[in-house]
Design a protein. Structure first.
Length: 210
């Protein structure tokens, strides 16, 4: 994609160790939760790396398989401090600020298996039109993406009901982009993502068509 050459965004993606991810998800028979969690993360990251230059994708993780996948792609890897989602995101923001302060930055959750490069590019373009943005999830309660024109002013407030907290200091973008807004936390959201069409890694684990 052309945007991979011209994008000014720095995108921070926190990825929980797959051994501890998706605890609310009841995986189909014969599928290990850890394997599915890893596949979901890799599909999200592969989409991001087709939109934003690898040197501007900061992945915060302690998962060795995720790190191995990304070392070959040139993404920036930051250790997860192990204190939860928001501290992990702060570690990613600090990495961006230490190298290129005051650049446009976004935080993208790593559990979007139906995400496509075109959808992410459209979402980031919408974010660029406002100083700070929040894109809620499908239910309008959680958050899949936050952004700010100045990375130093990004403040993550993820957790239950996070969309309302992020909305206190950002413009809410209820975009008609279901592939961006469908994060997978439980069986219902996984079924929704599969209906939209998931990426190659997730489809391979589930044995479904993309």
């Amino acid at each position: 994609m052309e945007s991979a050459v011209t994008s000014t965004w720095h995108v921070i993606v926190p990825v929980k160790h797959s051994a501890h991810g998706k605890s609310r998800l009841r995986t189909p028979a014969g599928i290990r939760r850890q394997e599915l969690a890893l596949a979901i993360a890799l599909d999200t990251l592969d989409a991001a790396l087709q939109v934003v230059p690898a040197a501007q994708v900061v992945v915060v993780t302690s998962d060795p398989e995720v790190r191995g996948h990304l070392e070959r792609r040139g993404a920036v890897l930051t250790d997860d401090p192990g204190r939860g989602l928001n501290p992990a995101i702060v570690a990613g923001i600090d990495t961006v600020r230490s190298t290129t302060p005051h650049v446009p930055a976004a935080v993208l959750l790593g559990d979007l298996p139906a995400l496509t490069p075109d959808t992410l590019a459209e979402g980031l373009a919408a974010c660029a039109a406002v100083e700070a943005a929040v894109v809620p999830d499908h239910d309008d309660t959680g958050t899949v993406l936050i952004s700010h024109h100045d990375a130093a002013r990004l403040v993550p407030r993820f957790g239950s009901g996070s969309a309302a907290r992020h909305a206190r200091s950002a413009t809410v973008l209820e975009l008609d982009l279901p592939r961006l807004r469908t994060d997978v936390d439980d069986d219902e959201s996984l079924a929704r993502a599969v209906e939209l069409g998931v990426g190659a890694h997730t489809a391979g684990v589930l044995g479904t068509d993309r």
